[in-house]
Ligand binder design. Structure first.
Ligand SMILES: [Zn+2]
Length: 358
């Protein structure tokens, strides 16, 4: 009995030291420094069915998180110019899919970039190789994202990496149709005084669960909704833990991937989160001085047009949990009746067929 008790005590000690202590340590991670009171800007660009988010910190340092689809280079470069950004201190490739790193090479070729952060989970496509080649060609330092890396952006603004955590999710760990690059997306939080924003790439619920289980600080004012509003992301539990006030969905007006899904819009509404959508409002600009809780302003490039129902989700042409599994970039054609933005993604779909992923 004595020996059994000793074993039990040792086991409890080990669990305490190796499981509970790291969780505790992560929870009481340093509070962000005080905000300088100068303006910080976070811009969710309108890149159609993809992601590209620009952060301009007080003092002028800037970060670009993803760079849209192939061919979106002009849209991203124009946005950088409009927001007074001539160089990027950091480019984050949340994951290797074409709707996130598609135009990264076009941006890297035109704008000086200090460092590139990536998930390290590869995707054997031409788009991804073009991105890596551009990084190499320009001699830019390539850093693999790891939890608790922090990037001081100046004026008190800090970007902190929360994921991916290792061991990486493997195909067998994921739901049917789930996908390794998505599940291992770079997840980061931006803190500026009282303001915070969570950037999730295309991470879905399994990643959200892992982050919460590991005690990562996911609580933030603004959520960049995971995976363009896919029903497999943004769980009720995650919304409860995040206590988000505002959610921004980056999706294309003509997508047939079911983004954003009705389920996610309903979950956001139930959690009383105010929703913005690039498909109906274009570019979304958040500005804050970081001084008071909840004190940030949001402007959109346009109002929703008649017939564009902010509360209405999209039907997927095919569900990616079907036996066929993951839906690749360009697998589903855009909806007919294209606006210029839709026409653009249409061209890219044809030019880059089977060259990436969603
Ligand atoms: Zn995506």
């Amino acid at each position: 009995v004595g020996a059994a008790l000793a074993v039990l005590l040792v086991a409890a000690g080990l669990i305490g030291y190796y499981v509970l202590k790291p969780m505790w340590d992560r929870r009481r991670e340093e509070a962000p420094p005080p905000a300088s009171g100068e303006q910080l800007k976070a811009v969710v660009l309108d890149v159609g069915q993809g992601d590209s988010i620009l952060i301009v910190a007080p003092g002028g340092k800037s970060v670009l998180v993803d760079a849209g689809e192939p061919g979106d280079g002009k849209v991203v470069l124009d946005a950088l110019k409009r927001h007074g950004v001539e160089q990027l201190d950091l480019f984050i490739a949340t994951h290797a899919h074409a709707d996130h790193i598609g135009a990264a090479d076009e941006v890297i070729d035109k704008v000086p970039v200090g460092r590139v952060l990536y998930s390290g989970v590869p995707n054997p496509t031409r788009n991804y190789e073009d991105f890596l080649k551009a990084v190499e060609r320009k001699g830019i330092e390539l850093v693999r994202a790891a939890p608790d890396q922090t990037f001081e952006l100046g004026g008190g603004a800090v970007l902190r990496v929360l994921g991916p955590t290792e061991p990486f999710f493997k195909k067998d760990d994921l739901r049917s149709g789930g996908n390794e690059p998505n599940a291992n997306s770079v997840v980061a939080r931006l803190d500026y005084g009282e303001f915070s924003m969570l950037l999730t790439g295309d991470a879905e619920m399994q990643t959200e669960e892992r982050l919460m289980r590991q005690g990562a600080n996911v609580k933030a004012d603004v959520l960049k909704v995971g995976h363009h509003g896919s029903k497999y992301a943004t769980s009720e539990d995650f919304l409860r833990a995040g206590e988000f006030k505002t959610a921004i969905i980056s999706a294309g007006a003509a997508n047939r991937y079911g983004h954003p899904s009705q389920e996610v819009l309903d979950r956001l509404r139930a959690a009383r989160v105010r929703v913005y959508r690039t498909d109906f409002q274009g570019e979304v600009v958040i500005t804050t001085r970081g001084t008071e809780e909840g004190n940030y302003k949001i402007e959109t490039a346009r109002e929703p047009r008649s017939g564009e129902d902010m509360a209405a989700g999209r039907e997927a042409l095919r569900d990616d949990s079907s036996r066929r599994g993951f839906i690749d970039f360009g697998d589903l054609p855009p909806a007919p009746g294209a606006t210029p933005a839709r026409a653009r993604s249409n061209t890219n779909t044809n030019a880059n067929r089977a060259s990436g992923g969603r």
